[in-house]
Design a protein around this ligand. Sequence first.
Ligand code: KG4
Ligand code: ZN
Length: 372
Amino acid sequence: MINILGVETSCDETSAAVVADGRMIRAQVVASQIDIHRAYGGVFPEMASRQHILAIVPVVEETLRKAGVSWDDIAALAATHGPGLAGSLLVGVNVVKGLAWAAQRPMVGVNHLEAHIYANWLIEPPDAVFDPASLIARHPAPAFPLLCLIVSGGHTELIYMQDHMQYRALGRTIDDAAGEAFDKVARLMGLGYPGGPAIEQAASRGDPTAYDLPRAWLGDSYDFSFSGLKTAVLRLVQKVGGDDAPTAISRGKRTRVPAGVMRKINEADLAASFQEALVDVLVAKTAAAAAAYPVQEVLLAGGVAANKRLRQRMAERLSVPLRYPPPRLCTDNAAMVAAAAYFRYQAGERAAWDLDVIPALQLATSPPEKAI
Ligand code: KG4
Ligand code: ZN
């Protein structure tokens, strides 16, 4: 079996994992910074990189201990090198370089979006006593060609995959990402950070038809737009709140709606109506692409893929099977980095020692890594 040690530090989770054959998680540790950033209403980049520096060594040590492997058992190391926050990416990439140099093992640089997609290949063993080969054999991998909807805090992309690591971008957001819309609307409604889980929870008690919110169809394209939906929620709050209402949703700043305004709005109904409008568009466009392309299955990836309403509505609408990772593998984690790295490693890809971080790295245009 090929064990890869993956490291993820692109945003606000410090994580390491050992994954066998790109599929079975031997061990994973995720140190979340959510409690630190919550006070700022969003990710504070300098704070994030400092926290990664503090957490990364203990996180890697604990992962290796939990996996029960020595360096002899590790074939290669992998780090997310983009997209993400430069200062955060640097921590993971440089730690992996140091470890790879010390252990004399090859490195693979991983695109964070590709890692989210490959979370769909992962299997979590039920307990510590397992036979990796039979576990993998019992869990068929995703079948190509397939469609993947990546919905995270920074990205919303509809991708067609003919085979491993072959990406054709059918559509993407032209403004806010789906997770960004969840986070901004949650901030506007005073629901806290991160917004996705907070909105989902509030929405579970609400009526999704209570407020009439816009859906941006953008003609027949597979592109998305969520900024109009976000602004419609702001206008609604302003209409009810008058002078008390916020004038804008600013990033990184807490926009708490005065209690009086939120009393006049049914919070659960507004959360449910917003979530429904966003889910409607994601489902309709993905279903249209699934019907237009010869796909065997559809995958969901990224933090918003943890949303139960999205999973349920998507499964109901598609005529091909839908697959999604368990919630904790939808949000940022290192197991998905090790999974993606395995397929690149098997294809002969090795990162050079000058592997750099690329904060705006794109999926379809990922540069091929140079061989050592
Ligand atoms: O993939 P991810 O952990 O980080 C990025 O690569 O961006 O995604 C984080 C995003 C956040 O915007 C968060 O609000 C959203 O995923 N999210 C959710 C849920 N859980 C996380 N959105 C909707 N419903 C959820 N249950
Ligand atoms: Zn992510």
